[in-house]
Write a protein that binds this ligand. Structure first.
Ligand code: F6P
Length: 385
């Protein structure tokens, strides 16, 4: 019997619900015709295999790869995260070195094709390596939904559901104490998570990275809102007693900019975080109102099982990626456009991001969304700065 061709799969970047579903779907669609191999830890796996000494190569390959068949993936669809593990490693910047050509050569020698499930950084690297001749196809995933060329990225729906649930839960304690809460959502330079999480949880105010936030005005509006709901008979009108401002981690404060943690990842992204705590502190200082708290939703946003939408999108995107491998249409990414599953050159994700079209969908003076009766999504693709 002729030897079966081998395909590799890996997941890179921040994990999210839906990755295991994509892995399962690819394996089930492929294992009868191909030898399917999982590669551990995103680009870190291929990098370690390439950099290992010849004498340790076999052992390193055994460490970083996992044969995948029907039984191996039977139960993985129920959990979030990724059985293949993930990393933010970058073959173009591995400890300051560009080893992308070596990685391309290694992967092309070992695999007929590689399916990479990733966001803008992981797939951006894949796109640049496709230009070097890597036989690769992409599956889009990121809770941030900031990837160009596709209307949907795996993980987004689960994360929005999680944000909605966490904020809905917060409302009972916030309401009981008449508290102002500054809640921080992820999303880097894109406000999709804040916008859709905030809308579905009915928060009172939102701040997004796409526009500069006049935070003093926000504090004024919060105080004004508080004044409009003094204690009186009938105080049990619960909804009026507390305020929730959902702030995106990439919020640009007027005169200050983003609140950064100071480090960058191997793709050059600055780690963000702490803007809710910063704003809460400023709010207390400026207004004198001590009944304010901050809460960073943190990694819980990416945790938990996949939503139904992510389970179903994972299957559609996975099957398209497999078709691309079968037809040897490498250098492309599976996409969702309206009701259609499609594909596009991986080039479209390099150095660009998809953000909210804030002019259309956001009112920066009132820190609220604008409702359109014509369009659901207002998004634009822009260079990544
Ligand atoms: O890209 C997904 C994301 O969750 C961002 O929203 C967030 O800024 C970042 O990852 C956090 O990075 P890390 O997982 O490396 O801490």
């Amino acid at each position: 019997m002729a030897k079966r061709k081998r395909i590799g799969i890996f997941t890179g970047g921040g994990d999210c619900p839906g990755l295991n579903n994509a892995i399962k779907s690819i394996v089930l669609g492929a294992y009868k015709d191909y030898e399917v191999e999982g590669i551990a830890k995103g680009w870190e796996g291929p990098i370690q295999m390439v950099l290992s000494k010849p004498s340790a190569r076999v052992r390193t390959i055994e460490t970083y790869t996992l044969p995948l068949g029907e039984e191996d993936v039977r139960r993985i669809d129920r959990a979030g995260g990724t059985i293949l593990m993930s990393s933010r490693a970058n073959p173009f910047n591995y400890k300051g070195n560009n080893i992308s050509h070596k990685v391309t050569k290694f992967l092309n020698n070992r695999y007929h094709g590689v399916i990479v499930i990733g966001g803008e950084d992981t797939l951006g690297a894949a796109g640049k390596m496709a230009q070097q001749g890597l036989r690769v196809v992409g599956v889009p995933k990121t809770i941030d939904k900031d990837l160009c060329g596709t209307e949907y990225t795996l993980g987004f729906d689960s994360a929005v559901n999680m944000i909605q649930m966490l904020i809905t839960n917060l409302k009972s304690t916030a309401g009981s104490h008449g508290m102002v809460y500054f809640v921080e959502a992820m999303g880097r330079k894109a406000g999709h998570l804040t916008y859709w999480g905030g809308r579905s949880a009915h928060v009172h105010f939102m701040t997004i990275p796409e526009v500069v936030t006049n935070y003093r005005r926000l504090f004024y509006l919060i105080k004004k809102r508080k004044k409009s709901m003094p204690m009186k008979r009938g105080f049990t009108l619960d909804g009026l007693r507390y305020t929730i401002a959902l702030v995106s981690e990439g919020t640009k404060l007027k005169g200050i900019g983003e609140i950064r943690k100071g480090e960058t990842d191997p793709h050059g992204n600055v780690y963000l975080g702490g803007v809710a705590a910063y704003m809460c502190n400023e709010y207390i200082q400026i207004t004198g109102d001590k009944d304010a708290r901050s809460w960073n939703l943190g990694y819980q946003q990416r945790s938990g099982p996949p939503s139904n939408k992510d389970r179903l999108m994972a299957e559609a995107l996975a099957q398209r990626s497999l078709e691309l491998v079968r037809s040897e249409d490498f250098g492309r990414m599976a996409t969702i456009e309206g009701n259609f599953v499609g594909d596009t050159p991986l080039d479209v994700v390099i150095g660009r991001i998809r953000i909210l079209d804030a002019q259309e969908c956001f009112d920066p003076d009132n820190f609220q969304h604008r409702i359109s009766s014509e369009r659901i999504y207002n998004e634009i693709e822009v260079p990544k700065k």
